[in-house]
Design a binder for this molecule. Sequence first.
Ligand code: NDP
Length: 449
Amino acid sequence: MSKIDEKLQPVLDEVLRRNAGEAEFHQAVHEVLESLGRVVAKHPEYAHHALIERICEPERQIIFRVPWVDDSGQVQINRGFRVQFNSALGPYKGGIRFHPSVNLGIIKFLGFEQIFKNALTGMPIGGGKGGSDFNPRGRSDGEIMRFCQAFMTELQRHLGEYTDVPAGDIGVGGREIGYMFGQYKRLTNRYEAGVLTGKGLVYGGSRARTEATGFGLVYFVQQMLATKGATLDGKRVVVSGSGNVAIYAIEKVQQFDGRVLACSDSNGYVLDEGGIDLALLKEIKEVRRERLSDYVRMKGAGAHYIEGGSIWDVACDVALPCATQNELTGKDATTLIRNGVQVVGEGANMPSTPDAVDLFHQNGVMFAPGKAANAGGVATSALEMQQNASRDSWTFDQTEARLAQIMRGIHDNCAATADEYSAPGNYVLGANIAGFVRVAEAMQSLGVI
Ligand code: NDP
């Protein structure tokens, strides 16, 4: 990581001191503060009234016990989190993650990123994030339902369509949102559709929300390529992960005639030189809920499963990390650069380590940070809230057209901001500054709160 501005170093030091041991949160704050040096040099007023210090401190952090009963009658205990980070622009908005690695530092990093991402969408949503260290893998449908109900039994008292509106994230898809919404409705006796997003279509969901993060990522990458007069047509693409974001990124790349060679899960990756068979991938992951290794068994000739291997060893023009934080290291970046990668677009949150990002910048690789490139998911969640509030339901085409327009807006805003701050082509700087300025202006107007 490079050095940050001397005026901002004490802010970072204080964050490190007060949040000891929260490595991912430190990393996320460091990256944003690194970009803000140029802003406070140009606009010192943004550093007044401890504004940046306040942005780094969550408005509220909730940690709670989640007791539930498994299929064998044993009582299980998990820990639940909701970090309500910043509500200057609107109700807290951000997903819920169920994964055994979840801890407070990870939820804080995600909530912090969410503030700037949500600001970039231009929509009236603040930043928050939540989750649990619950591991859904191998759990029966009944266990998933009982866990979701237990989790919502506590969380519901902190939510509301004007207060805090969660959505999905790793381990939380349509099924889990359904169980949580059902429990919210039952406990509150209110059909408050706008309290959760990512809902099923029959009970208040939005068309194109399932696809939105992956589709939006590819729209963003398409915009980046267009600045060089290029397109995705014929490009070799590698997508890590095989969950919600990865699947719909693959779908949109294929619609734009790109060739997706590989995708992965936490055990290994599939290489299919003929191009990933999306219908088969969806059948395995969305219908059967099985492991990616089954792809090769079902596909037969032409596909290989490389257990424990790094998907970034596959030569490609475009790399789309869509699994999890810090999954693409400096070593991986070096391999990708050696193999001629032109564009890296982050579908996941903070999937590239800081040294990987530095390497991409130093070697002229176009790089889109997650908080800009994956903002299509939360933007479409805001469109879902809009449809719920107006008791309306839009067509797929209408919703996707709004998504494409929002992604174009985010791209252009990041690019123009990078130009304005003398860093043309640096989307990290553009995203951090453009997101920060919107939040900072709102916070200045609201007084010291
Ligand atoms: P899913 O649970 O649907 O899929 C996650 C995928 O990533 C799975 O293939 C999973 O493999 C893999 N993965 C998860 N953890 C690890 C790990 N520690 N190491 C390697 N692989 C891992 O989640 P999503 O697709 O929703 O989310 C993916 C990323 O996108 C996350 O960073 C999330 O925060 C971000 N994101 C999601 C949005 C959304 O709308 N869903 C919006 C914006 C960002 P396995 O099955 O083996 O665990």
